[in-house]
Design a binder for this molecule. Structure first.
Ligand code: ADP
Ligand code: MG
Length: 594
């Protein structure tokens, strides 16, 4: 698979890091609950800390390339994180700036801003024109510059042209120099900043207005502005170089399940997760400093950005976070996505917030049911005693309310994944897979044996009834409550399965032999165990483990990983139906064959 290599300027094969900045927006929920304190705060220009959900007497400290605190102005964000990379665009190099984070944390504010407080996009475009003008004025610069723009959106893994509404899904191609192209995408030359505004403002307004009607589509799509600077040598041989700048307002990274999105919206989130999840893998691979494969091709977003992220390109990710408790889980996820290192500090930053990290998240009905209780989260103060860090099962004892269990479980799983994804014992998962398969095999064998017995009984009954013309089986008793597991083709063809639904009665009216009935009960419990195992694999397995499951290919396995990364563990197998392409029919055959 092709990897990002040197840019078109013929640079070295060096892969550059993605610089990671975090921006904390000001506290905004003060009026709702004045007793609530922020759950996260900055320490200095590179470090911040967040209350540790596992022990409110501790905080978790994160280190980033840059930390922008609540008071940071739009100008400061631009000057520190974006302006320094812009001159490269004029030298035929590529760059990208992303805003990542949950909806409501300030991505659009950072990228777009307001009339009074313009964000990265207007400032960067203005600066590009300033730089070009300065070059044009310079006597010794032998190049002519031209600036152009494209504006697109990735929604449900489709690339849509925002400058040409109603355009179809556009293809992404790569030329022989490994430049990424989008044939059919509108590209307009700009002669000034006001040219840019004339195109960009209405397209953005259209997108936002449409989004309100279409279930906040904008928070689930990636908006991508491309500014291209082409420079041409004035004298022979009139060499030409192109520099691209991508400015991206990413889809919200929030947990869609927790915010109660349902149906189609969850399907959408599956696709968003694929791009966000792949972006995290790409950033990880680029920042790991080792020669690992960078999975650009695994999603539309990363494929599109392939020549502008890593390689010889200059990339900055601005992770936006919010200080309120209601964002706690999403903030924690976003920080873990962005951070390479963290440190647990035994020191709470505000005594008042020693109260249990409440995670006062809006919980979907589904989660309430999963937690087995409909009561409100208990805000009781946590005891001062410091619990030693143990395995995940004991962490929930720090919390007083069972209703938080599923959130807790997901936090535990998330943290486990984040902290130990490298040294995880893959062997144990493989063992689980093997064990699970063995049990499924046993189940299937039992089933076949059962069917053979049934066939035998059916034949006996036929022989007997041929003289009396009586119905073969007594089908009057209640059918079994569960769906019949998949039967072998052979048995299906024999069409003798139905009589088995007449529970416990034999053709001659006698009680069924115990063995047969027991066999069914046993099957059911084995099946339940298998389901548990599968759930375990879904929640802890790596790509290879997931592909070991029936009906799960490479794409689905990636979607599962992506979904899990953003939404946390699968609570029940049915959650799989939230994965793109996992229809009800497919799901039921997945459950049947295990
Ligand atoms: P997102 O795009 O991540 O969903 P928004 O940019 O729409 O979030 O921000 C949510 C709200 O917070 C908006 O009302 C926005 O004006 C405000 N906001 C975000 N960041 C800041 C900031 N740094 N300073 C002031 N207000 C902010
Ligand atoms: Mg937004």
């Amino acid at each position: 698979m092709a990897q990002r290599v040197a840019g078109s300027d013929g640079g070295s094969k060096k892969t550059s890091r993605v610089r990671v900045a975090v921006r904390l927006r000001p506290y905004m929920c003060g009026q709702d609950d004045p007793s609530e304190q922020p759950c996260v705060r900055g320490l200095d220009s590179q470090n911040l800390e967040i209350i540790n959900w596992r022990n409110a007497m501790e905080t978790v400290k994160y280190h980033f390339d840059v930390f922008h605190g609540e008071q940071t102005t739009q100008q400061e964000v631009f000057l520190t994180s974006v302006k320094p990379i812009l001159p490269h665009i004029l030298n035929g190099q590529n760059a990208s700036v992303f805003a990542y984070g949950p909806t409501g944390a300030g991505k659009t504010h950072t990228m777009l801003g307001t009339g009074e407080q313009p964000g990265v996009i207007p400032r960067a475009v203005r600066e590009v024109f300033n730089l070009v003008r300065a070059k044009d004025k310079a006597q010794d610069d032998g190049w002519n510059y031209s600036v152009g723009m494209s504006y697109m959106e990735i929604y449900n893994e489709k690339v849509l042209d925002l400058l040409s509404p109603n355009s179809p899904d556009l293809p992404i191609r790569e030329d022989k120099d490994k430049n990424i192209l989008i044939p059919g995408l509108t590209h307009t030359t700009l002669s000034s900043f006001s040219d840019f505004e004339k195109l960009f403002v209405p397209a953005t307004l259209n997108r936002t207005t449409a989004s309100t009607k279409l279930n906040q589509r904008s928070s689930r799509s990636h908006a991508i502005l491309l500014i291209k600077v082409v420079r041409t040598q004035r004298s022979l041989p009139h060499r030409q170089q192109t520099g691209k700048l991508y400015l991206v307002d990413l889809a919200g990274s929030e947990d869609n399940r927790r915010t109660g999105n349902q149906g189609i919206r969850l399907k959408e989130s599956g696709a968003i997760n694929l791009s966000l999840f792949t972006l995290s893998k790409v950033v990880d691979a680029l920042n790991s400093g080792t020669a690992v494969r960078v999975p650009y091709r695994d999603s539309k977003l990363t494929r599109l950005l392939q020549d502008s992220l890593g390689g010889s390109a200059h990339s900055v990710m601005i992770t936006n976070i919010a200080p309120e408790y209601k964002y706690y889980f999403d903030t924690f996820s976003a920080l873990n996505f962005a951070a390479k290192s963290k440190l647990i500090v035994n020191k709470p930053f505000t005594r008042e917030t020693v109260a249990v990290p409440v995670l006062p998240v809006k919980r979907s009905r589904e989660e309430h049911e999963a937690a087995g209780s409909g009561t409100e989260p208990n805000k009781k103060k946590q005891k001062d005693e410091k619990k030693p860090e143990q395995d995940g099962s004991s962490h929930s004892t720090n919390y007083n309310s069972l209703t938080e269990l599923s959130v807790m479980e997901r936090l535990i799983a998330l943290e486990k994944r984040m902290m130990s994804c490298q040294d995880r014992d893959g062997q144990s998962v493989l063992q689980d897979v093997a064990e699970s398969r063995r049990e499924i095999q046993e189940l299937k064998e039992k089933q076949m044996e059962f069917e053979r017995k049934a066939l035998l009984l059916s034949q006996l009954a036929k022989e007997k009834s041929s003289s009396t013309e009586e119905p073969v089986f007594d089908n009057t008793s209640a059918p079994l409550q569960r769906k019949r597991p998949n039967v072998t083709k052979l048995v299906k063809q024999q069409a003798v399965v139905q009589p088995l639904q007449g529970q416990g009665t034999l053709p001659d009216g006698k009680e069924n032999p115990k063995g047969v009935a027991m066999g069914f009960q046993l099957d059911e419990s084995v099946l339940d165990q298998s389901k548990e195992k599968i759930l375990h694999i879904l929640n802890t397995g790596c790509l290879k483990d997931l592909k070991g499951l029936q009906q799960i290919g490479d794409k689905k396995a990636k979607l599962i990983l992506g979904w899990r990364e953003i939404n946390g563990p699968f609570i029940k197998l049915e959650d799989l139906m939230n994965i793109e392409g996992m229809s009800e029919k497919r799901f039921s055959s997945f459950v049947k064959v295990g």
